[in-house]
Design a protein around this ligand. Structure first.
Ligand SMILES: Nc1ncnc2c1ncn2[C@@H]1O[C@H](COP(=O)(O)OP(=O)(O)OP(=O)(O)O)[C@@H](O)[C@H]1O
Ligand SMILES: [Mg+2]
Length: 264
């Protein structure tokens, strides 16, 4: 796949979202994301990360503003075209526990989530090979025919990622993909996401609460506070005091890795 990290892939213009109770979740969001970029969203709880990700995959409609995906120099702004090119990774995996891993991955080829269709009989040999290849790419091919209910959290997230990449998306959205995992497995999963992004040129938008993981894996960090963008810069250019300000000085014990990076 050709990769041009400079070409713009996603563009958000003046996105606003208020909920019916009057709370403003997003306000004046202007942002461009380049093809193949690994973007991490940071920000305190309630700052709008999930709302932002949901506006990208069309679950939430912004009250104002536009989201465009630039595909082969065409601007696609309707939700359907956008969604066809996206894979989504969930915090709680969102797998069907009593189905095999391969069937869960194959369900990523369906545009509806009709479980009846998630049977091995329904899919072509080519599609099954594609699903197996994805399970291999996430390092869990040996569990292809195991039920998801028998897997650990880290293994489940690998299946979740395989399901998200099976339709070869240009864009991968991940809302706190490692929040349910221990720190070692969380690091492994972030490594895998980054590796897939770079290998296949997939643009990733991933929200995290772990500042150290953001600094280790993101090309660019976008920091939200009260629905507004406070930080938007290449990771190497971000100072620790900007992060502290965004979290209102509440982060205790920022990890050594970050401080070392900031001092460089
Ligand atoms: N369905 C909803 N109805 C009303 N208000 C909502 C809804 N979803 C989110 N909000 C509000 O919008 C704001 C942003 O919420 P959002 O879930 O996007 O934050 P977040 O950054 O993802 O938080 P967290 O880190 O806790 O996941 C909050 O004030 C929240 O209460
Ligand atoms: Mg959230």
């Amino acid at each position: 796949m050709t990769q041009n990290p400079k070409s713009k892939m996603l563009e958000f213009k003046n996105i606003e979202k208020k909920f019916s109770d009057g709370s403003t979740a997003l306000s004046g969001i202007d942002l461009s994301i380049s093809e193949g970029e690994f973007v991490v969203l940071l920000g305190p709880s309630g700052s709008g990360k999930t709302t932002f990700i949901r506006t990208i995959n069309g679950i939430i409609k912004p009250d104002r503003g536009t989201i465009s995906i630039i595909d082969e120099e065409k601007f696609l702004t309707d939700g359907e075209s956008l969604r066809k090119q996206m894979g989504v990774v969930f915090q709680d995996f969102n797998l069907v526990e009593n189905l095999s891993c391969i069937n869960n991955v194959l369900s990523g080829l369906l545009f509806s989530s009709n479980r009846l269709l998630s049977s091995l009989y329904f899919f072509s040999k080519k599609q099954k090979l594609q699903a197996l290849e994805c399970l291999e790419q996430v390092g869990i091919l040996d569990k292809a025919y195991a039920r998801v209910s028998t897997l650990s959290g880290g293994q489940k997230q690998r299946v979740g990622i395989a399901r998200a990449i099976v339709k070869k998306p240009k864009l991968l959205l991940a809302d706190e993909p490692v929040a349910s995992l221990d720190p070692v497995i969380a690091h492994d999963i972030m490594f895998l996401l980054r590796d897939l992004s770079k290998k296949f040129g997939i643009t990733v938008v991933c929200s995290l609460h772990q500042v150290d993981l953001a600094f280790e894996f993101a090309d660019r960090i976008v920091g939200l506070s009260e629905g507004k963008i406070m930080i938007n810069a290449p990771t190497a250019d971000i100072r620790i005091d900007e992060i502290q300000t965004m979290y209102k000085g509440q982060i205790k014990g920022l990890s050594f890795g970050i401080e070392q990076k900031i001092e460089k």
